[in-house]
Design a protein around this ligand. Sequence first.
Ligand code: HT7
Ligand code: ZN
Length: 897
Amino acid sequence: TIAIRREDYTAPAYWIDSVELTFDLDPNKTRVLNRMVLRRNPEVAAEPLKLDGDELNLARVLVNGQGTSFKMEGARLVLENLPEGNEPFALEIFTTCCPAKNTQLMGLYVSQGTFFTQCEAEGFRRITYFLDRPDVMASYTVTLRADKAQYPVLLSNGNLVDSGDLEDGRHFAKWVDPHKKPCYLFALVAGKLVAREQHIRSRSGTDHLLQVYVRPGDLGKTEHAMNSLMYSVAWDEARFGLPLDLERFMIVATSDFNMGAMENKGLNIFNTKYVLASESTATDTDFANIESVVGHEYFHNWTGNRVTCRDWFQLSLKEGLTVFRDQEFSMDLAGSPSARAVKRIEDVRVLRTAQFPEDAGPMAHPVRPDSYVEINNFYTVTIYEKGAEVVRMQHNLVGREGFAKGMKLYFERHDGQAVTCDDFVQAIADANPASPLAQHLPQFKRWYSQAGTPRVRATGRYDAATRCYALTLSQSCAATPGQSEKLPFVIPVELGLIDARTGAALPLHLSGEESSGNTSRVVVLTEASQTLTFTNLDAEPVPSLLRGFSAPVVLDIDYTDAQLLTLLAHDTDAFNRWEAGQRLALRIAINSIANNALQTGGNGRFEHQILPAEFVDAMRAVLRNPSLDAAFKELVLTLPSETYIAEQQEVVDPQRIHAVREAMREQLAVSLQADWEWAWEQNQDTGGYRPDPVSSGRRALSGLALHMLCIAAQRTGDEVWPGKAYQRFKVASNMTDRFNALTALVASGSALAAPALARFHALFKDEPLVIDKWFALQAGAPDRGGNVLPAVRQLMSHPDFSLKNPNRARSVIFSYCSANPGAFHRADAAGYVFWSDRVIELDAINPQVAARLARALDRWKKLADPWRSAAREAIARVAAKPDLSNDVREVVTRALA
Ligand code: HT7
Ligand code: ZN
């Protein structure tokens, strides 16, 4: 395994101006004729042409129509005897490949009798020999030929310029892409598909055809995806002045896909999970995910496709920026400040439960990595979500208008180019020369080069004599693999001060500055330690720091319980209001975990009350507060996840964390029983189903209430609420309510769970995405005496299970290994043995999916024994396999380092 290093980047020795591809599609032997026009790059010293290839059968190579000598260097095709000089020359390569055997789902593959491609990052080389790198941009003409009866629809990028019948029942379609593109954006689709179509006219008056292609039975589930696409087109034009640059924009859904979706130019290919939705088969979360993934892929049309990455180290250039854009899109569509805050909290929750652990573990890497073995392993939460936070900080440092100006300059400078993360931040700064971003640009760029999550420690001191409050903010960042020393970051901290007695927002007077009377402002930290002095204060205030999560850092601050209760009740910043509740809950969890005196009784339950009355009362106050939205209440009343609690611990006992969190939940369920009943009653929907933020918030809260009532019933022996849940499960008119009721029964261990699960399967046996939920719910169920692992094994032998389908594999194996810590971290190590078997088994089928699963034990070094040694053994067992893919090898090697 050889690491590729960013500093070794050199421009390509050849450019490819145009590509003419002709496909004779056949599942077992597809023929690919590739006619290219190339020329030497005069800026690079002459060298042989080395074309990437992978699992191709080479039949013929012609240069300017003549046979030529060639050799193979590993999987690369090397041509040495090319015409001298800088004149363009023609290269024709004829290869075959076998899509039916392509279980990796990279390159050209078959899914349910339909051909699909996936070329990002390095899949195009599995279709033909090519310079498979994003800085080589060419014009594409593509002819597809296939059996007309089996493959009536033939799609590729751009515009359809010709089509017709051929001999022997075959037909053809010819597509020309008007835009140059890197080969990772190439796509083709061929099969029996139908499309929902929509004609739209842009603000500037141009007409476009939007199409969503699916299998014939799925057309009724495409309305939401189409609406999301129309909103996306309108939003990008309105917010950033970026119009759709194609006559036709297509989305095609496939049920076999390694990731969520792919932004191929004009021909996006999506996992069905992010396209298909009807109120009876999809939850509110599914609807929201579809909106954001459709938006995300559409926004790539500019941020990624028009301006692309110079090399894969710059991946966050397009991914971080596009996640930022899809987050803003969803927030703008959500509308109200409260709904925006809910979206922000959800995004931060993902960052903190997935990216912070990555940043502290063996796979930690900067937003712009310095090296990789397998690029597929770097489609990470750091590149995507932390990358988005780095863009968000730029946005906040230059302001909304300033950011729009920066984006405009970025496109003026780089349209049609393959560029770097530096080019992006430079454009934003240059468009805003007086901004703190421009002022601190070299230091700000450390966000791209230094891995690890910075910590900001805040300490406050009030001096009654001077009526001053001194707030000291000190930053640090722990070492990460390959980076022992970190330099200070630029950290924008949005803050306010709150009157401890009344909860009122206090005007901010910063010593040495003219007072604006504002109650919230941004302070930009650049030093290792800085002290801010606030004046004119009659008493010690409660600081509200990092409002809206203004930087991706951990904030260490020793709040008293009373201060947190004040913030929870009064902070004008909704994010920090939620955060105060989470801090209170986290503190209780951590103390209970540390408190060895707190023993479980023989029944495995805590004998003691863990939650203090003030906490329960504060939660009740939020639940009953008439001025708060249901969606926000649901977030406040959901305890921090086991993964998040584990991240706060030096040494992790996963069973104790699980037991404590379950006990806290049970107590919250029992103590607030009357309030949950009230919340359930208050949040019943009357009208028809709509997945908007208000009604989905009401369903989320009533779902949580039902869940809590079933938990309480389990404790008290009451049968009314499980009965009501079963009834709701049976009669619910939408999947959100139905699935929430089913979850409540399964998660509370009700006797009604088994009949409900059986009924659910029978009802939805022909809906693969719903059956995925059915599998995931069982694999993610709370463990009762070690019952989940045998259930998971049984699910794997269910006739509906298939390891080859990534959605199905994820629904069972990942739900157990990555999302069910209480059941996975078994003291007898059986969970880890199961994990290692599955990683090895999956690796032979689909290395990318296997490598994702391999990351389930990333944080093994934090585990207490016996888990730690058992986990190391399981990882070593995988690493000992001689024929592992590069993907899995890189993950386990880093884990053991
Ligand atoms: N840009 C897309 C990345 C992607 C991908 C990468 C590796 C293997 C399979 C893949 N499918 C899609 C997704 C996105 O960020 O929009
Ligand atoms: Zn993306």
